[in-house]
Design a binder for this molecule. Sequence first.
Ligand code: PLP
Length: 365
Amino acid sequence: MSKAPTPQPGIMEIEPYQGGASKIEGVENAIKLSSNENPFGPSDKVIEAYQRAQHQLHRYPPTDHAALRNAIGEVHGLDPDTIICGAGSDEIISFLCQAYAGPGDEVIHTEHGFSMYRISALAAGATPVEVPERDRKVSANAILEGVTDNTRLVFIANPANPTGTMVGKAEVTRLAKSLPEHVILVLDGAYAEYVEDFDGGASLVKRFPNVVMTRTFSKIYGLGGLRIGWGHARPEVIEVLNRVRGPFNLSNTQLAAAEAAVRDRAHVDRCRADNTRLRAWLAEALAERGVPSDTSCANFVLARFADRDEAEACDEFLRSEGVIVRRVAGYKLPNCLRITVGDEASCRRVAHLIGQFKGAGANDG
Ligand SMILES: *Cc1c(COP(=O)(O)O)cnc(C)c1O
């Protein structure tokens, strides 16, 4: 008698990650505002480094990522021994769950938190625990109320996705201070570069042995397609994570491109300034057309509609006009659509179309 192979407990509870759509049937040149990508792409220096890397395709990459960790360390003022690099920050999130959480352990994420936290916790055999937010904002108190003796990890993104809201430094510090020592607080800084003079939580890593920061090259650096991210923690934690990391998890191409990207600060500054300007314009244009949003600190706006039906109807209308935004019902925000801040023409187009949808008779000026 044969028995079918059975996956580990928890695996079948994983709902596969839903990426932002990138195509509309029958539409060429759709405007894609569904995955928080940088509309300007990476810097020219990254393209040059990427092209140079083609001469090394037959060589195995280094396993220690020393050149990239040194570059990140120089730019951010961090010791390279406190840095680990991965295939997107998703891989760092996965390392954390694999290394620190297993069957019987709890991993806290918040009500509207990024879906990879739950997926990675389940993949590690751990139990994801959801705690409420307050008006689409992460709450330190709600997290602390959710902590038990079994809690191993707490994940928050700051700024958060898909809400775009931020928790202030005092509250994050209080959270770090109040968590039991056996709990790791992960500060996901995927959108940190969009906030001027924000260190993404690096200073808290210095103060607390149980704080980890994750960062990515997928957002402001315009490299979502290449898959590079990094984590920052005390060397004791980095040393643990390196044990679950595959030795060749990043290619020569990824390493070269990321190093060129992190060194080009002018490109980052330009993209941040453009995003700040266009985000303010878009949020205001939507508000004028009867669609409010929380003040966003990231490269997208979470547009709020009257209810689920209106949000879905608006999404359908935008699609019919060749514009792709992101439904976020899966994030318990069924009445909202997340709209990435694109280039100026895309912002004008989406605002114009939403105005048309709302029948406000607004023009796109
Ligand atoms: C986009 C995003 C990431 C980045 O994922 P990568 O694997 O680095 O592409 C991480 N966290 C959040 C909250 C995000 O929105």
